[in-house]
Each structure stands twice: as C-alpha cells, then as structure tokens.
Design a protein around this ligand. Structure first.
Ligand SMILES: [Zn+2]
Length: 215
C-alpha cells in the first residue's frame, strides 16, 4: 500500500490549476487574435462575398431615390404644395458632426445615428420641409397651405409612401418627421458590410416590393 504524502498531492493540485490557467490564457489569446484578424482587409477577402463586399464609397443619392424625389416634388406641386428638400446624401463625416449636435456641440439632439448608421450615408434617404408661397421653409406638420382641410405635411407623406418611401414619422422610438427613405430591404449592418441596392430601376423596384411585402 502506497500512501501519498500530502505535499505531493498539493503540488499536483497546483500543477492542475496552472494548466487550467494556461488553457484559459490560450483561449483568450486565440479570441483576441480572431478579433484582430476579422478586421484585417486581407482576411475580409477570404470571407464569403455574401458576408462582406468591398465597394466604392457612396457619394450621392441613389439614382432611384433621386428619381422618386423628383416625382414627389412634382406630385406635391400638382396638389398645390411646394416642398423643400433640406437633406439628401450625407457623408460619414457630416453624419458624425450631426450626431454631436445636442451632445458635445450646441443645439438639440437631431439624430441617434453616427457616421455609417444612417440611410442618408448610403444615398437612400431625404429630408423634406414645406415651402410657403413666399418661399419660407416650414417644419409645421399642421400647416394647410393649399386649404383643402388636410395638413400639407401628411399629404406629402401620403404621396411619398405611394412612391415607395417609408416615413421616419412612423418610427416609435425616435420619430423623424421630415425623413423619407427607401431601404430596398437592406438593413444598416448589411449596408455597412458593402451590400447595395441595384441601380437598375426594374430590378430595384422588385427589391423594394419584396422589402415592402416583408414589412
Ligand atoms: Zn433624414
């Protein structure tokens, strides 16, 4: 019969706990290396194209959004409503500056989106306001300039929705009344990964319809 001296069993337990710590450290190192690697452009190239696409930065409104914006102006005018487009494509730097408003810069908070987190950054959103006969720009959602008993603002929203825009005024957490966007079924994370709606009108409209039926 062999009795183990207590000193040896203590040493064995110490060795086991050192091995456990070693394994944990190794796992942490592997995780850290994976995080770093995932951000390397070279590794991005190895990822499936569906996951990440290298694309040129967006610098203007998507052609279909630009086209629908023109139609929105014309159809509003036919109802006796002039609109002003106060914003369209916004660069990431402009978006970041806007994000600081009401935070570290003076003014009220106007957005919860940082650079790259707004549909404006992908040329897929516009902001509108009402223009009076005298040319004054109004953000009065109750104004009835064409005196038909309906708020001009909501008349414009109605036309925009018919054209395929979704309206920021419908957002529950942070309603954005001047905001109109066409997302073509793409989420912000998908856009951030380089996914873009097609520029071909017919194809893009199919996408928009599919997105609409999903919603
Ligand atoms: Zn907007």
């Amino acid at each position: 019969m062999k009795l183990e001296p207590s000193g040896a069993s203590l040493a064995r337990r110490r060795a086991a706990s050192t091995r456990r710590r070693g394994r944990l450290l190794l796992a942490a190192c592997v995780a850290a290396a994976l995080i770093v690697a995932a951000n390397l452009p070279a590794v991005k190239l190895l990822l499936p194209a569906e996951l990440w696409r290298e694309v040129a930065p967006v610098v203007s409104l998507h052609p279909i959004v630009a086209e629908k914006m023109k139609t929105l102006k014309a159809e509003s005018e036919a109802q006796g409503i002039r609109i002003a487009i106060t914003d369209g494509f916004r660069s990431e730097a402009e978006q970041n500056a806007l994000y600081l408003k009401g935070r570290s810069a003076p003014g009220d908070i106007v957005t919860n989106a940082r650079g790259g987190q707004s549909y404006h950054n992908y040329g897929l959103a516009i902001d509108f306001a009402i223009r009076t006969k005298k040319g004054k720009v109004l953000w009065d959602t109750a104004y009835d300039g064409n005196r038909n008993g309906k708020a001009d603002w909501m008349e414009v929203v109605g036309i925009a929705k018919r054209l395929g825009f979704s309206w920021g005024g419908d957002w529950e957490s942070f309603p954005d009344y001047p905001h109109l966007q066409m997302d073509f079924g793409l989420s912000i994370p998908e856009l951030q990964r380089g996914h873009r709606p097609p520029e071909d009108l017919r194809l893009a409209e199919e996408w928009a319809q599919q997105a609409g039926s999903k919603a």
